[in-house]
Design a protein around this ligand. Structure first.
Ligand SMILES: Cc1cc2nc3c(=O)[nH]c(=O)nc-3n(C[C@H](O)[C@H](O)[C@H](O)COP(=O)(O)OP(=O)(O)OC[C@H]3O[C@@H](n4cnc5c(N)ncnc54)[C@H](O)[C@@H]3O)c2cc1C
Length: 375
Protein backbone atom coordinates (compact mmCIF):
# COMPACT_ATOMS: atom_id res chain seq x y z
CA UNK A 1 0.00 0.00 0.00
CA UNK A 2 3.03 2.21 0.27
CA UNK A 3 2.45 3.48 -3.27
CA UNK A 4 1.15 6.74 -1.85
CA UNK A 5 4.40 7.42 -0.04
CA UNK A 6 7.52 8.82 -1.63
CA UNK A 7 10.84 7.07 -0.91
CA UNK A 8 11.63 9.79 1.63
CA UNK A 9 8.26 9.46 3.39
CA UNK A 10 8.70 5.68 3.53
CA UNK A 11 12.16 6.15 5.06
CA UNK A 12 10.76 8.57 7.63
CA UNK A 13 7.92 6.18 8.50
CA UNK A 14 10.48 3.42 9.20
CA UNK A 15 12.48 5.88 11.32
CA UNK A 16 9.34 6.87 13.30
CA UNK A 17 8.42 3.21 13.81
CA UNK A 18 11.88 2.37 15.16
CA UNK A 19 11.81 5.43 17.42
CA UNK A 20 8.34 4.58 18.77
CA UNK A 21 9.18 0.91 19.37
CA UNK A 22 12.56 1.55 20.95
CA UNK A 23 12.11 4.86 22.78
CA UNK A 24 8.48 5.37 23.81
CA UNK A 25 7.27 3.98 27.12
CA UNK A 26 3.73 2.84 27.89
CA UNK A 27 3.44 3.37 31.67
CA UNK A 28 0.53 4.98 33.51
CA UNK A 29 2.23 8.30 34.30
CA UNK A 30 2.23 11.53 32.28
CA UNK A 31 4.56 10.81 29.30
CA UNK A 32 7.12 13.57 29.96
CA UNK A 33 10.00 11.39 28.81
CA UNK A 34 8.22 10.48 25.57
CA UNK A 35 7.66 14.18 24.89
CA UNK A 36 11.24 15.07 25.79
CA UNK A 37 12.63 12.40 23.45
CA UNK A 38 10.23 13.46 20.68
CA UNK A 39 11.33 17.07 21.09
CA UNK A 40 14.99 16.07 21.03
CA UNK A 41 14.45 14.37 17.64
CA UNK A 42 12.54 17.35 16.25
CA UNK A 43 9.21 15.48 16.20
CA UNK A 44 7.20 18.18 18.02
CA UNK A 45 7.23 20.50 15.03
CA UNK A 46 7.60 18.25 11.98
CA UNK A 47 5.35 20.23 9.58
CA UNK A 48 6.40 23.69 10.80
CA UNK A 49 8.77 25.49 8.38
CA UNK A 50 12.45 25.41 9.32
CA UNK A 51 12.56 29.21 9.58
CA UNK A 52 10.25 28.91 12.61
CA UNK A 53 12.19 26.12 14.27
CA UNK A 54 10.29 23.19 12.73
CA UNK A 55 11.30 20.21 10.63
CA UNK A 56 10.05 21.66 7.35
CA UNK A 57 8.36 18.34 6.54
CA UNK A 58 5.11 17.93 4.65
CA UNK A 59 1.84 17.28 6.50
CA UNK A 60 1.75 13.61 5.49
CA UNK A 61 5.16 12.99 7.11
CA UNK A 62 3.83 14.46 10.36
CA UNK A 63 0.76 12.19 10.06
CA UNK A 64 3.06 9.16 9.67
CA UNK A 65 4.68 10.15 12.97
CA UNK A 66 1.30 10.39 14.77
CA UNK A 67 0.33 6.97 13.37
CA UNK A 68 3.53 5.29 14.53
CA UNK A 69 3.66 7.01 17.93
CA UNK A 70 -0.01 6.12 18.57
CA UNK A 71 0.65 2.46 17.72
CA UNK A 72 2.83 2.36 20.84
CA UNK A 73 1.38 5.09 23.10
CA UNK A 74 -1.74 6.79 21.82
CA UNK A 75 -1.72 9.32 24.69
CA UNK A 76 1.66 10.55 23.42
CA UNK A 77 0.23 10.56 19.89
CA UNK A 78 -2.76 12.60 21.10
CA UNK A 79 -0.67 15.18 22.96
CA UNK A 80 1.64 15.71 19.98
CA UNK A 81 -1.22 15.77 17.46
CA UNK A 82 -3.07 18.45 19.46
CA UNK A 83 0.17 20.37 20.12
CA UNK A 84 0.92 20.44 16.39
CA UNK A 85 -2.39 20.58 14.48
CA UNK A 86 -4.29 22.95 16.73
CA UNK A 87 -1.61 24.13 19.18
CA UNK A 88 1.02 25.36 16.70
CA UNK A 89 -0.82 25.79 13.38
CA UNK A 90 -2.95 28.73 14.64
CA UNK A 91 0.28 30.73 15.02
CA UNK A 92 1.73 29.48 11.76
CA UNK A 93 -1.39 30.44 9.79
CA UNK A 94 -2.56 33.56 11.66
CA UNK A 95 0.31 34.78 13.86
CA UNK A 96 2.28 37.93 13.18
CA UNK A 97 6.04 37.49 12.70
CA UNK A 98 6.52 38.85 16.20
CA UNK A 99 4.09 36.27 17.66
CA UNK A 100 5.76 33.49 15.67
CA UNK A 101 9.14 34.55 16.96
CA UNK A 102 7.81 34.69 20.52
CA UNK A 103 5.92 31.38 20.54
CA UNK A 104 6.05 29.29 17.36
CA UNK A 105 9.78 28.58 17.41
CA UNK A 106 9.50 27.35 21.02
CA UNK A 107 6.48 25.19 20.16
CA UNK A 108 8.11 23.70 17.08
CA UNK A 109 11.27 22.83 19.00
CA UNK A 110 9.21 21.24 21.79
CA UNK A 111 10.41 23.77 24.35
CA UNK A 112 6.79 24.92 24.76
CA UNK A 113 3.66 22.76 24.74
CA UNK A 114 0.60 24.05 22.90
CA UNK A 115 -3.12 23.58 23.57
CA UNK A 116 -6.43 24.58 22.01
CA UNK A 117 -9.28 25.79 24.21
CA UNK A 118 -12.63 25.92 22.45
CA UNK A 119 -15.04 23.54 24.24
CA UNK A 120 -17.31 24.75 27.06
CA UNK A 121 -20.31 23.35 28.92
CA UNK A 122 -23.06 23.78 26.32
CA UNK A 123 -20.59 24.52 23.51
CA UNK A 124 -19.08 21.21 22.36
CA UNK A 125 -20.37 20.15 18.95
CA UNK A 126 -21.99 23.56 18.67
CA UNK A 127 -18.79 25.57 19.24
CA UNK A 128 -20.49 28.76 18.05
CA UNK A 129 -22.53 28.77 21.27
CA UNK A 130 -19.46 29.57 23.42
CA UNK A 131 -20.00 32.05 26.22
CA UNK A 132 -16.47 32.95 27.40
CA UNK A 133 -16.30 36.73 27.08
CA UNK A 134 -13.57 39.14 26.01
CA UNK A 135 -14.04 42.82 26.89
CA UNK A 136 -11.80 45.53 25.48
CA UNK A 137 -9.99 47.25 28.34
CA UNK A 138 -6.75 49.13 29.02
CA UNK A 139 -5.16 48.53 25.63
CA UNK A 140 -6.05 44.85 25.69
CA UNK A 141 -8.88 42.52 26.72
CA UNK A 142 -10.27 41.06 29.92
CA UNK A 143 -11.31 37.41 29.50
CA UNK A 144 -13.81 35.55 31.68
CA UNK A 145 -15.04 32.01 31.20
CA UNK A 146 -14.37 28.32 31.60
CA UNK A 147 -13.16 25.78 29.05
CA UNK A 148 -13.71 22.04 29.47
CA UNK A 149 -11.80 18.90 28.55
CA UNK A 150 -8.76 20.72 27.23
CA UNK A 151 -5.98 18.38 26.11
CA UNK A 152 -2.79 19.31 28.01
CA UNK A 153 -4.86 21.57 30.30
CA UNK A 154 -2.56 22.42 33.19
CA UNK A 155 0.51 21.10 31.30
CA UNK A 156 0.53 23.45 28.32
CA UNK A 157 2.63 26.61 28.11
CA UNK A 158 0.37 28.27 25.55
CA UNK A 159 -3.38 28.04 24.95
CA UNK A 160 -5.24 29.36 21.94
CA UNK A 161 -8.44 30.47 23.68
CA UNK A 162 -11.66 31.43 21.92
CA UNK A 163 -13.96 34.06 23.44
CA UNK A 164 -16.76 36.30 22.26
CA UNK A 165 -16.55 40.09 22.10
CA UNK A 166 -20.28 40.39 21.46
CA UNK A 167 -22.66 37.44 21.62
CA UNK A 168 -25.26 39.26 19.53
CA UNK A 169 -22.85 39.04 16.57
CA UNK A 170 -22.86 35.21 16.69
CA UNK A 171 -19.77 33.62 15.14
CA UNK A 172 -18.65 37.06 13.87
CA UNK A 173 -18.14 38.15 17.47
CA UNK A 174 -15.62 35.41 18.30
CA UNK A 175 -11.95 36.22 18.73
CA UNK A 176 -8.81 34.09 19.37
CA UNK A 177 -6.27 34.90 22.09
CA UNK A 178 -2.85 33.55 23.03
CA UNK A 179 -2.91 32.78 26.74
CA UNK A 180 0.33 31.92 28.50
CA UNK A 181 0.72 29.62 31.45
CA UNK A 182 1.37 31.77 34.53
CA UNK A 183 -0.77 34.72 33.43
CA UNK A 184 -2.79 36.15 36.35
CA UNK A 185 -6.34 34.80 36.25
CA UNK A 186 -5.56 31.47 34.51
CA UNK A 187 -6.08 28.30 36.56
CA UNK A 188 -6.39 24.67 35.56
CA UNK A 189 -8.44 21.94 37.21
CA UNK A 190 -7.18 18.45 38.03
CA UNK A 191 -6.86 16.06 35.08
CA UNK A 192 -10.22 14.42 34.34
CA UNK A 193 -10.44 10.73 35.25
CA UNK A 194 -11.30 9.38 31.81
CA UNK A 195 -12.02 5.82 30.61
CA UNK A 196 -8.95 5.99 28.36
CA UNK A 197 -6.14 8.19 27.03
CA UNK A 198 -5.28 8.78 30.67
CA UNK A 199 -1.65 9.69 30.09
CA UNK A 200 -2.91 12.64 28.04
CA UNK A 201 -4.09 15.07 30.70
CA UNK A 202 -7.43 16.65 29.92
CA UNK A 203 -8.56 19.43 32.23
CA UNK A 204 -10.84 22.36 32.75
CA UNK A 205 -9.20 25.77 32.45
CA UNK A 206 -10.69 28.81 34.12
CA UNK A 207 -10.13 32.38 32.97
CA UNK A 208 -11.04 34.94 35.61
CA UNK A 209 -10.51 38.63 34.86
CA UNK A 210 -7.50 37.57 32.85
CA UNK A 211 -5.83 40.52 31.10
CA UNK A 212 -4.58 39.84 27.58
CA UNK A 213 -2.39 42.49 25.95
CA UNK A 214 -3.29 43.51 22.41
CA UNK A 215 -0.09 41.80 21.21
CA UNK A 216 -1.65 38.44 22.24
CA UNK A 217 -4.75 38.69 20.11
CA UNK A 218 -4.46 36.17 17.28
CA UNK A 219 -5.85 37.37 13.98
CA UNK A 220 -8.44 40.12 13.71
CA UNK A 221 -11.37 40.86 15.99
CA UNK A 222 -14.23 38.61 14.87
CA UNK A 223 -11.91 36.20 13.03
CA UNK A 224 -11.81 33.62 15.85
CA UNK A 225 -14.48 31.27 14.54
CA UNK A 226 -12.90 31.20 11.07
CA UNK A 227 -9.55 30.41 12.71
CA UNK A 228 -11.04 27.57 14.78
CA UNK A 229 -12.88 26.02 11.83
CA UNK A 230 -9.92 26.34 9.45
CA UNK A 231 -7.81 24.23 11.80
CA UNK A 232 -10.28 21.39 12.04
CA UNK A 233 -9.40 19.58 8.80
CA UNK A 234 -5.77 19.18 9.85
CA UNK A 235 -6.79 18.36 13.42
CA UNK A 236 -9.18 15.67 12.24
CA UNK A 237 -6.57 14.00 10.04
CA UNK A 238 -4.28 13.94 13.11
CA UNK A 239 -6.92 12.13 15.19
CA UNK A 240 -7.58 9.80 12.24
CA UNK A 241 -3.87 8.88 12.30
CA UNK A 242 -4.19 8.20 16.01
CA UNK A 243 -7.13 5.83 15.31
CA UNK A 244 -5.13 4.17 12.56
CA UNK A 245 -2.18 3.56 14.92
CA UNK A 246 -4.50 2.12 17.57
CA UNK A 247 -6.29 -0.19 15.10
CA UNK A 248 -2.93 -1.40 13.77
CA UNK A 249 -1.70 -2.05 17.31
CA UNK A 250 -4.78 -4.18 18.10
CA UNK A 251 -4.35 -6.26 14.95
CA UNK A 252 -0.57 -6.64 15.46
CA UNK A 253 -1.13 -7.87 19.01
CA UNK A 254 -3.76 -10.38 17.88
CA UNK A 255 -1.64 -11.75 15.03
CA UNK A 256 1.13 -12.41 17.55
CA UNK A 257 -1.36 -14.04 19.91
CA UNK A 258 -2.78 -16.31 17.18
CA UNK A 259 0.74 -17.32 16.09
CA UNK A 260 1.64 -18.23 19.66
CA UNK A 261 -1.57 -20.23 19.96
CA UNK A 262 -0.72 -22.07 16.74
CA UNK A 263 2.78 -22.82 18.01
CA UNK A 264 1.10 -24.32 21.09
CA UNK A 265 -1.01 -26.57 18.82
CA UNK A 266 -4.24 -24.49 18.74
CA UNK A 267 -5.16 -23.97 15.10
CA UNK A 268 -6.66 -20.57 14.14
CA UNK A 269 -10.40 -21.10 13.58
CA UNK A 270 -12.04 -20.11 10.32
CA UNK A 271 -14.08 -17.47 12.11
CA UNK A 272 -10.91 -15.94 13.61
CA UNK A 273 -9.30 -15.98 10.15
CA UNK A 274 -12.32 -14.16 8.68
CA UNK A 275 -12.13 -11.49 11.41
CA UNK A 276 -8.42 -11.02 10.77
CA UNK A 277 -8.95 -10.73 7.01
CA UNK A 278 -11.75 -8.18 7.41
CA UNK A 279 -9.78 -6.05 9.84
CA UNK A 280 -6.66 -6.17 7.65
CA UNK A 281 -8.69 -4.98 4.64
CA UNK A 282 -10.33 -2.20 6.68
CA UNK A 283 -6.92 -1.08 7.94
CA UNK A 284 -5.69 -0.68 4.38
CA UNK A 285 -8.84 1.27 3.49
CA UNK A 286 -8.41 3.53 6.54
CA UNK A 287 -4.75 4.12 5.70
CA UNK A 288 -5.68 5.13 2.16
CA UNK A 289 -8.29 7.60 3.45
CA UNK A 290 -5.89 9.12 6.00
CA UNK A 291 -2.99 9.45 3.55
CA UNK A 292 -5.22 10.78 0.78
CA UNK A 293 -6.63 13.51 3.02
CA UNK A 294 -3.05 14.39 4.04
CA UNK A 295 -1.86 14.57 0.43
CA UNK A 296 -4.79 16.86 -0.39
CA UNK A 297 -3.94 19.09 2.58
CA UNK A 298 -0.32 19.22 1.41
CA UNK A 299 -1.41 20.27 -2.06
CA UNK A 300 -3.58 23.08 -0.63
CA UNK A 301 -6.79 21.46 -1.90
CA UNK A 302 -9.94 21.84 0.21
CA UNK A 303 -10.28 18.54 2.08
CA UNK A 304 -13.10 18.91 4.65
CA UNK A 305 -15.03 15.92 3.29
CA UNK A 306 -11.90 13.76 3.00
CA UNK A 307 -10.62 14.74 6.47
CA UNK A 308 -14.00 13.90 8.00
CA UNK A 309 -14.15 10.57 6.12
CA UNK A 310 -10.66 9.68 7.37
CA UNK A 311 -11.49 10.68 10.96
CA UNK A 312 -14.82 8.85 11.02
CA UNK A 313 -13.58 5.67 9.33
CA UNK A 314 -10.22 5.30 11.09
CA UNK A 315 -11.51 6.03 14.60
CA UNK A 316 -14.62 3.85 14.19
CA UNK A 317 -12.23 1.15 13.00
CA UNK A 318 -10.02 1.62 16.08
CA UNK A 319 -12.98 0.79 18.32
CA UNK A 320 -14.11 -2.08 16.07
CA UNK A 321 -10.61 -3.57 15.82
CA UNK A 322 -10.02 -3.37 19.58
CA UNK A 323 -13.45 -4.94 20.25
CA UNK A 324 -13.08 -7.80 17.76
CA UNK A 325 -9.48 -8.48 18.77
CA UNK A 326 -10.57 -8.65 22.44
CA UNK A 327 -13.18 -11.23 21.39
CA UNK A 328 -10.56 -13.26 19.51
CA UNK A 329 -8.19 -13.36 22.48
CA UNK A 330 -10.93 -14.56 24.85
CA UNK A 331 -10.15 -14.32 28.57
CA UNK A 332 -6.57 -13.28 27.83
CA UNK A 333 -7.80 -10.12 26.15
CA UNK A 334 -9.83 -9.02 29.15
CA UNK A 335 -6.92 -9.01 31.63
CA UNK A 336 -6.35 -5.47 32.91
CA UNK A 337 -2.67 -5.50 31.92
CA UNK A 338 -3.39 -6.75 28.40
CA UNK A 339 -2.73 -3.90 25.92
CA UNK A 340 -6.00 -4.65 24.10
CA UNK A 341 -7.99 -3.24 27.02
CA UNK A 342 -5.92 -0.04 26.77
CA UNK A 343 -6.42 0.14 23.00
CA UNK A 344 -10.16 -0.32 23.50
CA UNK A 345 -10.44 2.42 26.15
CA UNK A 346 -8.14 4.83 24.27
CA UNK A 347 -9.96 4.27 20.97
CA UNK A 348 -13.34 5.36 22.34
CA UNK A 349 -12.18 8.94 22.95
CA UNK A 350 -10.95 9.27 19.36
CA UNK A 351 -14.55 8.91 18.15
CA UNK A 352 -15.58 11.89 20.27
CA UNK A 353 -13.00 14.65 20.14
CA UNK A 354 -12.02 16.98 17.28
CA UNK A 355 -15.70 16.74 16.32
CA UNK A 356 -17.68 13.61 17.22
CA UNK A 357 -18.16 11.02 14.50
CA UNK A 358 -21.83 12.04 14.23
CA UNK A 359 -20.61 15.54 13.35
CA UNK A 360 -18.18 14.03 10.78
CA UNK A 361 -21.16 12.31 9.14
CA UNK A 362 -22.99 15.63 8.97
CA UNK A 363 -19.94 17.29 7.36
CA UNK A 364 -19.54 14.48 4.79
CA UNK A 365 -23.22 14.50 3.81
CA UNK A 366 -23.28 18.33 3.62
CA UNK A 367 -20.24 18.34 1.33
CA UNK A 368 -21.72 15.64 -0.92
CA UNK A 369 -25.01 17.53 -1.21
CA UNK A 370 -23.19 20.82 -1.87
CA UNK A 371 -21.23 19.13 -4.65
CA UNK A 372 -24.41 17.59 -6.09
CA UNK A 373 -26.16 20.98 -6.24
CA UNK A 374 -23.40 22.18 -8.58
CA UNK A 375 -24.11 19.34 -11.05
C1 LIG B 1 -10.16 13.08 25.26
C2 LIG B 1 -10.75 14.38 24.86
C3 LIG B 1 -9.91 15.46 24.56
C4 LIG B 1 -10.46 16.70 24.20
N1 LIG B 1 -9.62 17.74 23.94
C5 LIG B 1 -10.14 18.96 23.63
C6 LIG B 1 -9.28 20.09 23.41
O1 LIG B 1 -8.05 19.98 23.45
N2 LIG B 1 -9.84 21.30 23.15
C7 LIG B 1 -11.19 21.48 23.09
O2 LIG B 1 -11.63 22.60 22.84
N3 LIG B 1 -12.05 20.42 23.28
C8 LIG B 1 -11.54 19.18 23.56
N4 LIG B 1 -12.38 18.11 23.79
C9 LIG B 1 -13.82 18.31 23.73
C10 LIG B 1 -14.42 17.73 22.46
O3 LIG B 1 -14.05 18.46 21.34
C11 LIG B 1 -15.95 17.64 22.67
O4 LIG B 1 -16.16 16.61 23.60
C12 LIG B 1 -16.68 17.34 21.39
O5 LIG B 1 -16.67 18.43 20.53
C13 LIG B 1 -18.14 16.94 21.64
O6 LIG B 1 -18.75 17.91 22.45
P1 LIG B 1 -19.60 17.46 23.74
O7 LIG B 1 -18.78 16.48 24.49
O8 LIG B 1 -20.02 18.70 24.44
O9 LIG B 1 -20.85 16.69 23.17
P2 LIG B 1 -22.21 17.31 22.65
O10 LIG B 1 -21.95 18.36 21.64
O11 LIG B 1 -23.05 17.65 23.82
O12 LIG B 1 -22.81 16.05 21.91
C14 LIG B 1 -23.37 14.94 22.63
C15 LIG B 1 -23.76 13.88 21.61
O13 LIG B 1 -24.71 14.42 20.68
C16 LIG B 1 -24.22 14.28 19.35
N5 LIG B 1 -24.58 15.47 18.58
C17 LIG B 1 -24.38 16.76 18.90
N6 LIG B 1 -24.85 17.57 17.95
C18 LIG B 1 -25.37 16.77 16.98
C19 LIG B 1 -26.02 17.00 15.75
N7 LIG B 1 -26.21 18.24 15.26
N8 LIG B 1 -26.40 15.93 15.02
C20 LIG B 1 -26.21 14.67 15.46
N9 LIG B 1 -25.61 14.38 16.65
C21 LIG B 1 -25.21 15.42 17.39
C22 LIG B 1 -22.72 14.17 19.48
O14 LIG B 1 -22.17 13.46 18.40
C23 LIG B 1 -22.59 13.38 20.78
O15 LIG B 1 -22.75 12.02 20.50
C24 LIG B 1 -11.88 16.86 24.13
C25 LIG B 1 -12.71 15.77 24.41
C26 LIG B 1 -12.16 14.55 24.77
C27 LIG B 1 -13.10 13.40 25.05
Amino acid sequence: MEFVLTADQKKKKDEFRRFAEEELDTGDHYPSENLRKSAERGYMGLPVPKEWGGGGEDFLTYILFVEEASRICSSTGAIIAVHTSVGSFPLLYYGTDEQKERYLTGLARGKLLGAFALTEAGAGSDAAALSTTATASGGGYIINGCKLFITSGGEADLYTVFATLDRTLGTRGICAFLVEKGMDGLTAGKPERKMGLNRSHTAEIRLEDLFIPMSNRLGKEGEGFTIAMSLLDGGRIGIAAQGLGLAQAAVDYTVKFLKEEEAAGNKTSQSAAFTLAELAASLEAARLLVYRASVMKDSGERCSKEASMAKMYATDLAVEAATRCLDLCGINGTRRDNPLTRYFCDAKATQIYEGSNQIQRIVIAREILKQARKL
